[in-house]
Design a protein around this ligand. Structure first.
Ligand code: ATP
Ligand code: MG
Length: 288
């Protein structure tokens, strides 16, 4: 709980303000003609059996438009990871529908699911989940080769993304030879190199020190604003959330509030997030 209030100030990073790289939402977001990249419709998730039931998600509905950078905040146990995992098709909703680019993924079979995840989604986890026996280059390239990308295009694509994300110099290294921040940016490169419809990130800065976390958040912003990635990011951290263009607050498995950056300045957006966090009881960061 105390960590919410210990959120480092932007000045500590030498930045202009929280989330200062994303003040203006992309033009496509909210345009009447645009189709949502993600539609979550009345999703429920119940774990357990008759003796012990946990209602992890309770009638959750929302859309994510192309070019949005959505933050998902909420107290520990509120259902954030469950929601992300249902969208990721790693977990299955008990009822309701989840549409990615208009396609209902709740009814896909396992072979279709594997293809769907590979072709339409990019993932960034708290621990980068890179393959230890592959170099940075090979880890990123894998996302292209499993999709059948012609060999001649793999190297230029991997190198171009790595250059933009500031990890070109570590492409030849194995994960254990990289810093935590470099590993996360290689993971971000892997997530975006194959041009997914949606990038899903669960606490992508959770294991990083504040300096590396800021670089990672700026990287996600850049992917969103300059590379056109639509991102859904789960985070405990108000500073991390302040990089998003819209934030959904989840409590007890339901969306109970939503705020948009709009044309608010970064500092204003950050303080609006903090207001909701305070309203939530200040335990948006894990109470443990
Ligand atoms: N496999 C499972 N079996 C039973 N209950 C589960 C399972 N996974 C999650 N839960 C429960 O569902 C609820 C939501 O969990 P979830 O992991 O989505 O929370 P979270 O918001 O991601 O929390 P945190 O911030 O701590 O990561 C919790 O009460 C949790 O105990
Ligand atoms: Mg979680």
């Amino acid at each position: 709980m105390a960590e919410v209030y210990a959120t480092p100030t932007p000045a500590a990073f030498g930045m202009q303000g929280p989330g200062s790289c994303g003040a203006v939402p992309p033009a496509a977001a909210g345009a009447p003609s645009a189709r949502p990249v993600l539609s979550v419709r009345q999703v429920e998730k119940v774990y357990g059996n008759r003796d012990s039931v946990t209602r992890a998600l309770n009638n959750v509905s929302f859309d994510v438009m192309p070019g949005e950078f959505l933050g998902l905040m909420g107290p520990s146990g509120s259902g954030k990871t469950t929601l992300l995992n249902c969208v990721a098709t790693i977990d299955t909703a008990t009822s309701g529908h989840i549409l990615v680019d208009g396609r209902d993924v709740t009814g896909l079979r396992s072979r279709e699911l594997a293809k769907f995840r590979r072709d339409e989604l990019g993932f960034v986890f708290q621990d980068s989940n890179l393959l230890d026996t592959l170099t940075g280059f090979e880890n990123v390239a894998l996302a292209l080769t499993v999709k059948g990308e012609p060999a001649a295009q793999v190297r230029p694509k991997v190198e171009a993304v790595a250059r933009r994300l500031g990890v070109f110099d570590v492409l030849g290294r194995y994960p254990y030879q990289m810093s935590g921040g470099q590993r996360q940016r290689i993971a971000a490169a892997r997530a975006i190199v194959a041009d997914p419809k949606l990038v899903l990130a669960d606490e992508p800065t959770g294991a990083l020190d504040s300096r590396s976390a800021t670089v990672m958040l700026e990287t996600l912003c850049m992917m969103n604003e300059q590379m056109g990635a639509t991102i859904m990011m789960v985070t405990h951290d108000a500073f991390a959330a302040s990089f998003a263009s819209r934030i959904l607050f989840v409590k007890d498995g339901a969306v109970f509030n939503e705020i948009r950056r709009g044309d608010a300045g970064s500092a204003e957006f950050f303080s609006r997030i903090m207001e909701v966090v305070t309203f939530l009881g200040g335990d948006v960061r894990d109470a443990g």
